[in-house]
Design a protein around this ligand. Structure first.
Ligand SMILES: Nc1ncnc2c1ncn2[C@@H]1O[C@H](COP(=O)(O)OP(=O)(O)OP(=O)(O)O)[C@@H](O)[C@H]1O
Length: 301
């Protein structure tokens, strides 16, 4: 990724009353991604986000949004951020649209056309003229996101946005966040303690534990092949190995490393060669195993 990162967290620490909540955190968030911030409860996700969006002071280090330092150019940095950190305050007896109009009046340059566009981005067009009190949690959140992106921020920050959503709501959130990042170019930074969600939603995940960065994993990076160890259960493992031209044998299993397409192709070749394939299993450790290992087997859900 040649573009300048949208966020640069540089040597950031947060100390409160002699306690170090965040310890020398360094992180760069590339443009146009859905970037996950994953860690067990109490790891320091919210603390980091609060510093990033200017709700909490930075004890040490600095955070840059684009070129703007949160410490030295607070206004400049905040202009580029849209965020939902605490539950967004909405007027429940007004319609979604009236709420957005109200916020738009406080944001210079936000036109009615932009309101419509933001509403469409979060898929709320057909309910936007109904009162907020009739909205589900997922719809309130969409409205919150529409409000947060009205001024076309470079960066959208969401703290634990899947909390309280049902599976359908989570799926919709995932879809529109990915759409925002990949089609509108808004970089999305989203925290969660739920790994499976992060895996489906994010392009990259940074893992934090006890205030320290543990790892950064690219889940869909370019050039990153999703090669996995896959076991084929076959009737003739030796012949299967010859057909595959690679891999190792383990009993009736032929174990090869490849991406999804290679697995499908090898299966077709084995079958064509008269070898019976009884089962195909992925052996590579899941991100969950890796996460548990990274965070020392701590609670993740
Ligand atoms: N104002 C504060 N004063 C003292 N300690 C705090 C304060 N805010 C948070 N903490 C502590 O800092 C640690 C990190 O909290 P934080 O809320 O950032 O974690 P988190 O990763 O967001 O977890 P969760 O998913 O539970 O919100 C916790 O141990 C918490 O108790």
């Amino acid at each position: 990724m040649s573009q300048q990162p949208v966020v640069r967290i540089k040597g950031v620490s947060k100390k409160i009353g002699g306690k170090t909540l965040i310890d020398n955190l360094n992180l760069e968030i590339p443009a146009g991604q859905v970037y996950g911030f994953l860690g067990p409860n109490g790891a320091g996700k919210t603390t980091t986000i609060r510093m990033m969006v200017g709700l909490m002071s930075i004890s040490q280090g600095d955070i840059f949004i684009g070129e703007s330092s949160v410490k030295a150019d607070f206004e400049g940095a905040m202009k580029q951020i849209g965020a939902i950190v605490e539950n967004p305050e909405m007027y429940k007896f007004l319609t979604g649209y009236q709420n957005l109009l109200h916020y738009a009046r406080m944001s210079p340059g936000v036109t009615k056309a932009r309101i419509d566009e933001a509403v469409a981005r979060v898929g709320l067009t057909n309910r936007i003229h109904e009162k907020v009190k009739t909205y589900s949690l997922g719809m309130r959140q969409r409205l919150g996101v529409a409000q947060a992106i009205l001024h076309r921020p470079k960066l959208l920050v969401l703290d634990e946005p899947t909390n309280g959503l049902d599976p359908q709501g989570i799926r919709e959130l995932r879809d529109y966040l990915r759409e925002l990042a990949h089609h509108e170019g808004t970089t999305v930074f989203v925290s969660s303690h739920l790994l499976a969600e992060m895996e489906l939603m994010c392009d990259t995940v940074a893992v934090i534990k006890q205030g320290k960065l543990v790892d950064v994993k690219s889940l869909r990076g370019e050039g990153e092949t999703n090669k996995q160890e896959t076991a084929f259960e076959v009737d003739k493992p030796e012949e299967a190995a010859a057909v595959a031209g690679a891999g190792r044998m383990d009993g009736s299993l032929l174990i090869v490393t490849g991406d999804r397409e290679e697995v499908a192709m090898l299966n077709a070749r084995l079958t064509a060669a008269g070898i019976r394939v009884y089962g195909i299993r992925t052996l590579t450790r899941s991100l969950e195993d890796q996460f548990l290992e990274m965070t020392g087997g701590g609670q993740i859900g």
